[in-house]
Design a protein around this ligand. Structure first.
Ligand code: NAD
Length: 362
């Protein structure tokens, strides 16, 4: 294997490898060399690169061009994919490849999970968010009008190829969105990730930098470690925090995303949520001022937001009650005492929640 490629092993029901580095997609043909047919799902923006990948594969390749972004994750497009597989005579020994951002890979994974009750799936994420978040953990699915990700399945890929060369064309806002999740991974589990950000924030916005490559590998390792310990998202108690750990910053983050009607990138909303979570932990008597400041400094250093609309608390509080982590009316937050020292805060006092929000927006 080329020295520029790193491997992260994910223990799951069927363990698999994530390969990270420049040129990782060159491994794709070898992963499907026993298939007669391969369905390659890609967004329209990546048509040329999908066609080039298809030419390298020694099988009949069915190129399925997905509508942009979330429009890929619909029941309508899912049914179109099933029809295409049926038309091409796809069998259980064929494979599906998801080549795109998280929207494309969520859809492609669900196509693989459902076709003949499950065929081989290979994830080739092309956005930073899809690499460090969506590609590992086995969650696949589509949206309904009633809400995002309401229909889906856990379906682990046979392999993940995170080719950093693909990030060269990614708009900088999308890059930042992925960085927010990487910073979150640093705080919940990996001090070294935070040090990489602190050493040279500008390198994190440069897809060709060695610093970004190291941080992406570490981030995927964090996600792999968390999901391997809790494959089906069991409940956490006290300081025994399972997959829910990945929701650090997401309680407020999801509420902001909804208030912005999903026009904000997920990572931007998470960045504000992470800044809020740090403040909340301190205000509940856990983390110290330096820990709060470290959050604000690292998030801000790559251009992520750390504050929000001062007049929005009532609306956000009402939306947080609908959060999937909420039990009854009481809110539930994943918080940190320090880096990699999580705990669950059940039903923090309403006065503290509000005062913390006021502090965030000052
Ligand atoms: P996205 O898939 O919508 O991609 C953003 C845009 O960038 C799209 O228009 C896409 O076609 C384009 N694009 C993709 N790669 C590109 C490249 N290399 N160069 C230029 N343009 C490129 O967005 P996203 O942020 O990657 O993913 C968001 C989705 O991921 C959401 O649907 C979310 O629910 C899902 N997600 C899933 C998980 C999971 O565990 N399964 C985790 C996090 C997010």
């Amino acid at each position: 294997m080329s020295p520029t490629l790193d491997t992260v092993r994910v223990s799951a029901e069927r363990a698999y490898d994530v390969t990270v580095g420049h040129g990782a997609t060159t491994l794709l043909p070898g992963l499907v060399d026993d298939c007669a047919r391969v369905a390659l799902l890609h967004p329209v923006e990546l048509t040329d690169r999908a066609e080039a990948l298809a030419r390298a594969i020694d099988a009949e390749v069915l190129l399925l061009c997905a509508p942009p972004g979330e429009r890929a994750k619909t029941a309508g497009f899912l049914a179109d994919c099933w029809d295409a597989l049926a038309g091409a005579g796809f069998t259980r020994s064929d494979a599906v490849v998801g080549f795109g951002g998280g929207a494309t890979t969520d859809l492609a994974g669900f196509v693989a999970a459902t076709w003949l009750r499950g065929v081989r799936y290979i994830s080739v994420p092309t956005t930073l968010l899809a690499m460090v978040d969506a590609a590992v953990g086995g969650k696949t699915g589509i949206n309904l009008d009633a809400g995002k990700n309401l229909v889906g399945a856990f379906w682990e890929p046979a392999a993940v190829l995170a080719d950093l060369d693909l990030l060269a064309t990614l708009p900088v806002d999308d890059l930042r969105g992925g960085l927010a999740e990487m910073i979150k991974h640093g705080f919940i589990a990996d001090e070294r990730t935070l040090e990489i950000f602190e050493a040279d924030p500008s390198a994190m916005l440069d897809p060709s930098s060695d610093a970004l490559a190291e941080a992406v590998t570490r981030s995927m390792r964090v996600k792999a470690g968390v999901v391997s310990g809790d494959l089906r998202e069991a409940t956490s108690h006290g300081t025994q925090v399972g997959r829910e750990l990945l929701n650090y910053g997401h309680t407020l983050g999801h509420a902001i995303e909804r208030r912005e009607r999903f026009t904000w990138r997920h990572g931007y909303a998470v960045a504000v949520g992470v800044a809020y979570a740090a403040l909340l932990a301190r205000n509940l008597g856990h983390a110290d001022d330096a820990f709060v400041e470290r959050h604000r400094r690292i998030l801000g250093s790559v251009g992520l937001p750390i504050t929000y609309d001062a007049g929005a608390y009532e609306e956000l509080r009402a939306t947080m009650s609908l959060d999937k982590k909420t039990r009854g009316d009481a809110l539930r937050f994943v918080l940190l005492d320090a880096v990699a020292a999580p705990f669950i805060a059940e039903a923090p006092p309403e006065t503290v929640l509000r005062a913390t929000y006021e502090e965030l927006t000052r």
